[in-house]
Design a protein around this ligand. Structure first.
Ligand SMILES: Nc1ccn([C@@H]2O[C@H](COP(=O)(O)OP(=O)(O)OP(=O)(O)O)[C@@H](O)[C@H]2O)c(=O)n1
Length: 420
């Protein structure tokens, strides 16, 4: 592990330190990670996104505004009362906060864990570590500052698991005991903040043991009331099957790692995992996920996977059934496929569907319409109505069944249906 003063760690900032008051301290994850030298996170030249936090004895908002103006960067006043502002650079987000209490030491004492309570002055290279966070970094251990601090913001209870997972740390024994005894306070936290932590814990396979522990310690029961230890065992199965399926179908593996549209830290693999934790009834699951403030796209992902699962359990699907299955599945197919094998559906049974999904020329999974609605209106001289949608759908089904293959045949087929 490196000392911040060591020449091995290069500290680059997205702004000139001349604009930063002499008494400003960098705090939080950035200091922790630099000390751990987890990655060359401070090098702005690497394409990593920087997330820095500074504490100032006064004028935090004023300084942030000045820096934002100087670099024509984005400025967001996060909390006017507590004087916290954010400057958004293309490659970095920098928060400036008013020191809490009369000294930087007091500020550090109000934080969550010792490893997050180390301050660094970039002008003097001074490190302030009143809670021996550096020693805990060396022990690779999350240690609370006090039970009262955990209670002050119960999200910290979950942050312990998330950060232990991300850093490869353990949770110190007394901290673990305190978390368990304070677990019921987690419901006091805004659901949105809890969701962010859950998403982090669902993101990678090495977080799975930690989300399981968080559940065993009663932090997740209020949000996933249907979940049991088997539900959490399924998370490991999702991770394992995602790897195995990815070995056979590389593109499927890639798609599982893609983020759901507009979401923060939810991949399609996370959707499959969420589907293991929520109530299997899609309508109840929808309510659970709404309470956790998941987005519409994320909720649709989970509920669609749950709805489609029973269909995959049926032995053979006709081409017509497969067509409707893919129409409904869309982007959710990869998550549904993993969920299916986790629910003991044989890989061989869904292999033909995976092949279809990954073949862009497959008409059943990726139909190319023979006719547009407008063309059908003109050809049949009918008005736009729900009937039109029905006819187009029947044309598409007839096409996948191989009954028709040209626009002319499609018109004749539709006319027959319309007149008959
Ligand atoms: N509920 C919280 C959230 C944050 N903090 C303090 O604020 C710092 C910055 O918080 P944040 O940016 O959310 O997290 P990081 O610890 O920086 O780590 P990461 O980027 O890995 O989330 C933390 O290190 C910690 O000192 C805290 O005490 N309690």
């Amino acid at each position: 592990m490196h000392d911040l003063n060591s020449s091995n760690v290069s500290l680059d900032y997205p702004f000139s330190l001349e604009l930063l008051p002499k008494k400003a301290y960098m705090v939080g994850g950035a200091v922790r990670d630099a000390l751990l030298c987890r990655d060359a996170k401070f090098r702005v030249s690497t394409r990593k996104y920087l997330d820095l936090d500074f504490v100032l004895p006064c004028d935090a908002v004023k300084v942030a505004r000045k820096i934002a103006k100087h670099y024509k960067a984005g400025f967001v006043l996060l909390d006017p009362q507590r004087e916290i502002a954010r400057v958004v650079f293309p490659q970095a987000t920098v928060d400036f906060a008013q020191q809490s209490g009369e000294s930087i030491e007091t500020d550090l004492h109000r934080r969550d864990f010792t490893v997050n309570a180390i301050a660094y002055n970039p002008h003097t290279q001074e490190i302030i570590d009143p809670l021996q966070g550096y020693a805990d970094l060396e022990r690779r251990m999350m240690r609370m500052i006090s039970p009262a601090n955990l209670k002050d913001d119960p999200l910290r209870l979950m942050r312990a698991y998330r950060q232990a997972a991300q850093l490869g740390f353990t949770i110190e024994t007394d901290t673990q005991t305190a978390i368990r005894s304070l677990a019921s306070h987690i419901t006091e936290v805004a659901a949105e903040r809890v969701r962010v932590e859950i998403n982090y814990l669902l993101l990678s396979s090495h977080s799975t043991p930690w989300i399981t522990r968080a559940w065993e310690d009663n932090l997740l029961a209020p949000f996933f009331q249907f979940a049991t230890s088997e539900s959490f065992a399924k998370l490991t199965a999702v991770d394992d099957w995602a790897v195995k399926l990815g070995e056979n179908w590389q593109q499927l593996g890639v798609k599982l790692q893609e983020y759901v549209r507009d979401s923060v830290k939810t991949t399609w693999l996370s959707i499959a995992k969420l589907a293991c934790l929520v109530n299997p009834d899609p309508e109840v699951a929808e309510i659970e996920l709404q309470k956790l403030t998941y987005s519409r796209a994320e909720i649709k992902g989970v509920t669609t996977a749950l709805k489609l699962l029973p269909q995959l359990k049926l032995s053979q699907m006709s081409l017509r059934e497969q067509y409707f299955f893919f129409q409904e599945a869309g982007f959710v197919f990869p998550a549904t496929a993993v969920l299916a094998v986790v629910h003991d559906i044989l890989v061989e049974a869904i292999a033909p569907l995976i092949d279809r999904y990954l073949n862009p020329d497959d008409l059943v999974s990726h139909p190319t319409p023979l006719l547009s609605g407008k063309e059908l209106i003109i050809a049949l001289e009918i008005p736009a109505s729900p009937l039109l949608g029905k006819l187009l759908m029947e044309i598409a089904v007839a096409q996948v069944e191989g009954k028709i293959s040209t626009p002319g045949e499609a018109i004749a087929f539709a006319r027959q249906l319309f007149e008959g």
